[in-house]
Design a protein around this ligand. Structure first.
Ligand code: PLP
Length: 439
């Protein structure tokens, strides 16, 4: 890492402090901000020229590395060709082409439909509304959603409701709709938890007996619950759970906002489960990490239930920037980059490299529950308080930042989710810094 640490108040920091309200930030604590002025590959650079390894892909969005000229060109070309047009009553090539290519990738979905929105939360809202209204359109009203304990699905009211058990939203309890929270047996390296999986499935079967006819849908983060603390569960458990809902005709939503686009080692996480969901939510990495965009892919059965002769059966949901052509062009260029850079092979390489380091870390007295899937590695700090607000990993993160490694722990959970362009040397450097800071 080049450059030197500076305690001098930065001009960006001072101006920010006077004007800006940041997300998920307690401004009363007066914690320092990183004034970032540039980025390239897996590196972020601050205004003093100091460099940081972006080990969390800038909140999990960046896939191919920062500053990709291929994405920049696609965006600039598209701005000059067609910058924006409303997406009700109009259409355009980038949105159509992106839908075609996404459906090709989500090949098991067959003839499905792509509904556009702007971010992960709205992809989830759209899925919840589709699942709910499909019952209304069929003449029954079902409003109860099943979710997994510890789930996080975004910050809009519907997404908060189904992510209530993450513990992020206590202040909004009165606003949220009712849900049923299902047990989810966690796994980590060397720990399979099969007995608890069987017990959980029995509990869920009983719940389906009593509540099955009220359930509008099931929503899950497949294989990894992200913001809840990089909690892993097995593909076998997930598919057994989903099959039980499918047998009762209850739509299953896979929120792949974090897991999509190769993060877990397959292009979509659902492809590892053998179960094809009725709805898939995608966002974050969809544009390679440079513009906001989201899609909700819905099965044709769901789409067909909205057809009719008047507006009452239509999906009353849309945003000003729905299917923005520039964002769609970025997403198309990102799909090209997946092919030209061999992103799944890159994730496999990252996985091997991080696996070597986790093997070494596993015996460290301050670490427990090491886990790894695709390009996501995580572990818990032993004996430290869990939960987002506990902030027990913060000290480690601050020490790592001093060493030029950027992480954002969730409570006592430390995780690494770098862009796919990261080199093995850079991964080595991050883990060496972790080891030295733990000491
Ligand atoms: C699984 C999952 N769903 C939805 C969201 C919400 O996405 P956004 O922050 O783009 O609204 C997130 C964000 O972290 C997420 O991890």
């Amino acid at each position: 890492m080049k450059g030197s640490s500076s305690d001098l108040p930065s001009s960006l920091t001072a101006r920010d402090t006077a004007t800006i309200w940041h997300p998920f930030t307690q401004h009363g604590l007066g914690r320092p901000l990183l004034p970032i002025t540039g980025a390239e590959g897996a590196i972020l650079r601050d205004e003093t020229g100091r460099e940081y390894l972006d080990m969390i892909s800038s909140w999990w969005v960046n896939l191919h590395g920062h500053g990709r000229p291929e994405l920049a060109k696609a965006i600039s070309d598209q701005v000059l060709r067609l910058d924006h047009v409303q997406f009700a009553g109009a259409t355009h090539e980038p949105a159509i082409q992106l839908a075609e290519r996404l459906l090709e990738k989500a090949v098991l979905m067959g003839n499905a439909r792509v509904f556009y929105s702007d971010n992960g939360s709205t992809a989830v809202e759209s899925a919840l509304k589709i699942a709910h209204q499909h019952w209304v359109n069929r003449g029954t009203s079902r409003r109860l959603f099943a979710t997994l304990r510890g789930a996080y699905h975004g910050d809009t009211v519907g997404a908060m409701s189904v992510g209530r058990s993450s513990g992020f939203f206590d202040a909004f309890g009165g606003l949220l709709f009712e849900t049923v929270t299902l047990p989810v047996p966690l796994i980590w390296k060397g720990f399979a938890n099969e007995e608890r999986e069987r017990a959980a499935l029995t509990e869920i079967a009983a719940l389906l007996e009593s509540e099955g006819k009220s359930l509008a849908g099931l929503i899950v983060e497949p294989l990894v619950q992200g913001a809840g603390g990089m909690r892993f569960h097995s593909a076998g458990f997930l598919s057994a759970l989903c099959v039980m809902f499918r047998e009762r005709g209850i739509p299953v939503i896979f929120d792949e906002v974090m897991t999509g686009f190769g993060r877990t080692g397959s292009f979509f996480a659902y492809q590892q489960t053998g179960f094809v969901p009725d709805l898939i939510c995608l966002s974050k990495g969809i544009t390679g990490g440079i513009l906001p965009l989201a899609v909700t892919i819905a099965s044709n059965d769901l789409f067909d239930s909205f057809l009719g002769n008047d507006f009452s059966r239509a999906l009353a949901h849309g945003h000003s920037y729905t299917a923005n052509p520039v964002a769609c062009a970025a997403a198309l260029a990102s799909l090209d980059l997946h092919e030209s850079t061999g992103s799944l092979a890159q994730v496999a390489r990252i996985n091997r490299c991080m696996d070597r380091h986790l093997e070494l870390l596993a015996s460290h007295p301050k670490i427990e529950k090491t886990r790894l899937l695709g390009g996501i590695a995580a572990f818990d700090l032993a004996g430290m308080a869990s939960g987002y607000s506990a902030g027990s990993g913060r000290e480690l993160a601050m020490a790592l930042q001093e060493q030029g490694v950027l992480l954002r722990p969730v409570g006592n959970v430390i995780y690494l989710m770098p862009p796919y362009c990261i080199t093995d040397d850079q991964i080595d450097r991050a883990f060496e810094a972790i080891l030295s800071c733990l000491g």
